[in-house]
Design a protein. Structure first.
Length: 146
């Protein structure tokens, strides 16, 4: 199998990306857990009461199941890895790691969206405004009135 075969066979039909957290439906289709379930309650999103591929009803569990280590290991063998930087956790194909590391700041999955926009002060570094607001919060009300 070449890279394109892996991309098309093991990428998820909803987000079109790789993940180590696949959930199989009773119809034998699989979707990544983060697409299927709400982040906090871990309950099935209403859009997935039927399979996104075959439209069969009630094929996925109502709540996110624990993903077996063997499933994660299998996806790792296929070539799905997680970013090793702290607080990122982005999952990608092994052949995309180098490109990802060039843009990853290790501050979360949405970091590239936040960093691509400029802040109100015209700076492209989002940490600058965070530092500014921390300084403002640490000043006493008397100092702010000056």
């Amino acid at each position: 199998m070449n890279r394109t075969d892996f991309d098309s066979t093991f990428s998820y039909p909803v987000c079109l990306g790789p993940s180590q957290s696949m959930v199989f439906g009773m119809c034998q289709h699989f979707v990544c857990a983060s697409c299927l379930y709400e982040p906090v309650s871990e309950s099935l999103k209403p859009a997935f009461y039927c399979c996104p591929l075959c439209k069969a009803k009630d094929v996925f569990p109502d709540y996110c199941p624990e993903i077996p280590k063997t499933t994660k290991l299998l996806m790792n063998i296929v070539g799905v890895v997680k970013c090793l930087r702290k607080r990122c956790g982005e999952e990608m194909w092994t052949w995309d790691v180098e490109e990802h590391q060039g843009s990853c700041l290790g501050i979360g999955r949405r970091s590239s969206v936040r960093c691509s926009r400029s802040t109100a002060s015209g700076r492209s570094d989002p940490r600058a405004t965070t530092r500014q607001s921390k300084r403002q919060r640490s000043k006493s009300p008397v100092e702010l009135k000056k």
